[in-house]
Design a protein around this ligand. Structure first.
Ligand SMILES: [Zn+2]
Length: 465
C-alpha cells in the first residue's frame, strides 16, 4: 500500500499527551505527509476529508509507544533460557546462541521482533547492541522496509569481561575495538538520518568489564563530535557496583561522570543498583534511564527506584529488553508491570499511576531518542506516529477510564492501527509492510538451525510423550 498524502482519524478517544495532557473524548487527528496538522474535537475540525479516512469509533488514539531498550537479535532466542540464574543465562545460553548467529539469523530475528513491535503499538525503538555478526546492513534494511523509527547502536567493546568477572565472554561474541569503531563509522555514514529521517546510528557500549576507560573516552568524543547518541547497560546487576568500587574506588555515577558518559545523549538501560544520592546526579545531568521491569523481575536483578527517579526529575523511558529476558516485545504489557511492581516495594498503591507509565512509554521514549520535540504526543507540527487501540473488547469492558483500562487491563494485541511518519504500518490488525507468515516460517527455521549449530537443546522440564 502506498503512503496516503493525508489521513483523517475521526471520532476517536484522543489522548493528546500535550503539555496540558488534554483528552478529547470525541476527537479527530488530521495528518498531512509525515506530520500532524490538526488535533481537535471532531465537531470543530477544519479538515473534514482526507485521502484515507479512519473511523476511530471505540478506539483509543494515543501517541506511538517507544521501546527504549530492545535486543532485536534476541527475538529468535525467545524462551530459550527461562528460569536460570543470570550468569548461566548469559554464559550457557544467550551468548552461545548469539555468538553463533549469521547475518541471515540477524535479519530473521530483527524482522520477527519488528513485526511483534508494530503489532503491539510500538512505533520507535532503541536497539542497544548490534554485533557485526548479526549483519548491521540487513537489520537497517529491514527497519527501513518495516517503516519503524529506530536507533540502531553498534556494539563497542575491547575486553572480554562482564562486570567483575574477567574473561567470561563467549568467543563468538568478542569484537575488536578498532573494528567496532570502523564499522560504526561506516554504518553512520550509510544509515544515519536515512529512510526519511527515521533511522539513527548510535554507539552501543558493552557493559562494564568489556570496555576500558580509554575506549569509553574515545566513544564519548566520537559520538558527541558526530552529534549522535550512546546507550549501555548500567547497574543492571549488583556486580557492576562491585566492579567500579574494586577497580576504580568509585560509585556507578562517579565512574560514569569521570568517563564523560553522563548527559541527555546517554540512555542507561536498567539502572537498578544506583544509590539514592546517585539519582540526583542523573537528574542534574538529564541522563536517561530505560526502565525494564519484566527483565529485572525475570532475572531477579531487583527493582529500579523509578518513583524516586521521577520525583527528582530523571528522564525515564520503558524497555522490553529481549526475547529470553521478557519474553515479549509488548510495551503495553510492560506498562502494566511498571505500574504494578513499585506499589508493593513502596507499600503505596499511589506511587505509580497509569498516566505516569503512559508518559514514560511515549514522551519518555521520545526524550531517550532525542526526539521529544518531534514525537511523543499528538500535537500539530509533530511527526505522525499514532496508535489506535480497539477498546471494544470483552476484556476491556466497561471502558469507563480508557487510559487506566489500557494500562491495567490491556495488552498490545488490542492495537488495531499503527501509523509512523504518516504511513500506516498496520490497519485492522493486518501488517502492511511486513509479510508476517513468511517472517514466522523463517524464524522457526532459523531458530532450529541456530540451536543445532550452537549445540543447545531447549526442551520442557516435563517429559514430552
Ligand atoms: Zn538488555
Amino acid at each position: 500500500m502506498s503512503t496516503p498524502e493525508s489521513i483523517l482519524i475521526k471520532n476517536g478517544y484522543v489522548v493528546t499527551m500535550n503539555p496540558r495532557r488534554e483528552i478529547i473524548a470525541d476527537g479527530s487527528v488530521f495528518i498531512e505527509g509525515p506530520e500532524i496538522v490538526e488535533v481537535a474535537r471532531s465537531q470543530d475540525m477544519v479538515h473534514r476529508g482526507a485521502e484515507l479516512v479512519i473511523d476511530a469509533h471505540h478506539m483509543l488514539v494515543i501517541p506511538g509507544l517507544v521501546d527504549a531498550h530492545v535486543h532485536l537479535a534476541q527475538a529468535l532466542i525467545r524462551s530459550c533460557a527461562d528460569d536460570v540464574s543470570l550468569v548461566d543465562w548469559l554464559k550457557d545460553y544467550v551468548w552461545v546462541l548469539q555468538g553463533n548467529f549469521t547475518a541471515a539469523d540477524g535479519r530473521a530475528s530483527a524482522e520477527l521482533c519488528m513485526a511483534e513491535m508494530i503489532r503491539t503499538g510500538t512505533t520507535a525503538f532503541i536497539e542497544c547492541m548490534v554485533h557485526t555478526r548479526y549483519g548491521f546492513n540487513g537489520i537497517a534494511e529491514a527497519a527501513e522496509r518495516a517503516g519503524m523509527r529506530a536507533a540502531l547502536s553498534k556494539i563497542i567493546m575491547d575486553s572480554t569481561g562482564y562486570a567483575d568477572s574477567p574473561d567470561i565472554m563467549y568467543p563468538g561474541m568478542v569484537e575488536d575495538a578498532d573494528a567496532c569503531l570502523r564499522e560504526t563509522d561506516t554504518m553512520f555514514r550509510r544509515w544515519h538520518d536515512r529512510a526519511d529521517g527515521r533511522l539513527q546510528v548510535w554507539y552501543g557500549l558493552r557493559s562494564l568489564g568489556a570496555v576500558t576507560p580509554e575506549l569509553f573516552r574515545t566513544v564519548v568524543h566520537e559520538a558527541r563530535s558526530r552529534g549522535t547518541r550512546m546507550t549501555m547497560h548500567l547497574g543492571e546487576v549488583v556486580d557492576d557496583v562491585r566492579y567500579v568500587r574494586e577497580n576504580y574506588g568509585m560509585s556507578l555515577t562517579g565512574f560514569a561522570q569521570q568517563m564523560g558518559l553522563l548527559g541527555p545523549d546517554m540512555v542507561f538501560a536498567h539502572g537498578v543498583h544506583f544509590e539514592d544520592a546517585e539519582l540526583q546526579v542523573l537528574a542534574d545531568t538529564q541522563t536517561n534511564i530505560s526502565h525494564c521491569p519484566a527483565s529485572n523481575m525475570k532475572l531477579a536483578s531487583g527493582f529500579a527506584k523509578v518513583p524516586l527517579m521521577l520525583k527528582l526529575g530523571v528522564p525515564v523511558s520503558l524497555g522490553c529488553d529481549g526475547g529470553p529476558s521478557n519474553n515479549t516485545y509488548d510495551v503495553v504489557r510492560e506498562m502494566r508491570l511498571a505500574a504494578l511492581i513499585h506499589k508493593p516495594v513502596s507499600g503505596d498503591p499511589r506511587v505509580m499511576d497509569a498516566q505516569t507509565v503512559l508518559e514514560m512509554a511515549a514522551l519518555g521514549g521520545a526524550r531517550a531518542l532525542g526526539l521529544d520535540n518531534r514525537i511523543g504526543s499528538l500535537e500539530p507540527g509533530k511527526l505522525a506516529d499514532v496508535v489506535l487501540v480497539d477498546m471494544d473488547q470483552t476484556g476491556l469492558m466497561p471502558n469507563t477510564n480508557p487510559v487506566s483500562n489500557l494500562v491495567y487491563a490491556g495488552c498490545g494485541h488490542y492495537v488495531d492501527t499503527v501509523i509512523v511518519n504518516g504511513r500506516p504500518l498496520m490497519r485492522g490488525k493486518r501488517l502492511l509492510t511486513l509479510d508476517e507468515e513468511q517472517i514466522r516460517e523463517r524464524a522457526a527455521r532459523h531458530s532450529e538451525q541456530l540451536l543445532a549449530r550452537a549445540g543447545i537443546d531447549v526442551r520442557p522440564q516435563w517429559p514430552v510423550l
